[in-house]
Design a protein around this ligand. Structure first.
Ligand code: PEP
Ligand code: MN
Length: 277
């Protein structure tokens, strides 16, 4: 049987006999037989928007609320996020719904603040190789979800997970969010094959983000399903109460009714691969 090969210098992010990593956040375990659904708006915009989104996520059976308070935007003129005010809004949504929170941290000096609010720290694709940030979240007391860089090989991605693990934080989740290819119809090319590759190489949980992976609302549901069928441990999905009003990523954000339908449609696919929602 042919075997997948990565650098033998990677020790902690590859299978090493310690078994599948299971990360418990609230009532949800990421890794193992549960399919963890993280959903919510791209950006935290205001209290009403986030509370409305949180109620929809909770009502539809989602497990974790997402929302960015620190936003990595392509241009400095775009909405940059609400910062700590956004974290406070996420905290209020958690208090009301009980949903744990995942949110991005972009700089080492912000980790202390963000980890005081977040249940999971997100490292965005653009920061995958920000080694100072990786080392800092490696010392954090919260799990870290490491998104794949948009031009990163799987080996480079695992090398970045190694940075976090090497600092002593064992709770690392990998997130495939699409890579740059010559294709321009979609925002990125979602590398679904990364999921079974990671499963064969590593014991870390892997999550698929079909929202950034495609950039197009109508492609989110089919690629979410493909991710589950490929063996993902979870999904990260952008959903906005009013996508047409979104301050970021409205075109790829599901409408609430689309998210609710997707949650129903995902259940049998999860079941077919031995996972429950
Ligand atoms: C996000 O999840 O909001 C985000 C910015 O994603 P990525 O880092 O994958 O582009
Ligand atoms: Mn986004």
């Amino acid at each position: 049987m042919s075997k997948l090969v990565v650098s033998q210098k990677i020790k902690l992010a590859v299978k090493n006999g310690h078994g599948v990593v299971k990360i418990k956040v609230g009532n949800t375990t990421i890794g193992g037989d549960q399919l963890a659904v993280m959903a919510g708006p791209c950006s935290v915009e205001n209290r009403e928007q986030v509370l409305e989104a949180a109620r929809i996520v909770k009502g539809a059976g989602g497990h974790i609320l997402r929302g960015g308070a620190f936003k990595p935007r392509t241009l400095p003129y775009s909405f940059q996020g609400l910062g700590e005010e956004g974290l406070k809004i996420l905290d209020a949504a958690r208090s009301e719904t009980g949903l744990p929170i995942i949110t991005e941290v972009m700089a080492p000096e912000d980790v202390e603040l963000v980890e005081s609010y977040a249940d999971i720290l997100q490292i965005g694709a653009r920061n995958m190789q920000n080694f100072a940030l990786l080392k800092r979240v490696g010392k954090a007391s919260k799990p870290v979800m490491l998104k794949r860089g948009m031009s990163a090989t799987i080996e480079e991605w695992l090398g970045c997970a190694e940075y976090i693990l090497n600092e002593g934080n064992h709770d690392v989740i990998l997130c495939e969010r699409g890579i740059r290819t010559y294709e321009t119809i979609t925002r990125n090319t979602l590398d679904v094959s990364a999921v079974p590759v990671i499963k064969q190489l590593s014991d870390l949980p892997v999550v698929v983000d079909p929202s950034h992976g495609t950039g197009i609302r109508s492609l989110v549901a089919p690629m979410a399903k493909a991710g589950i069928a490929a063996g993902a441990d979870g999904l990260m999905i952008e959903m906005h109460p009013h996508p047409e009003k979104a301050l970021s990523d409205g075109d790829q954000s599901l409408h609430p009714h689309e998210f609710e339908a997707l949650m129903r449609e995902m259940a049998p696919i999860a079941g077919a691969v031995g996972k429950r929602l």
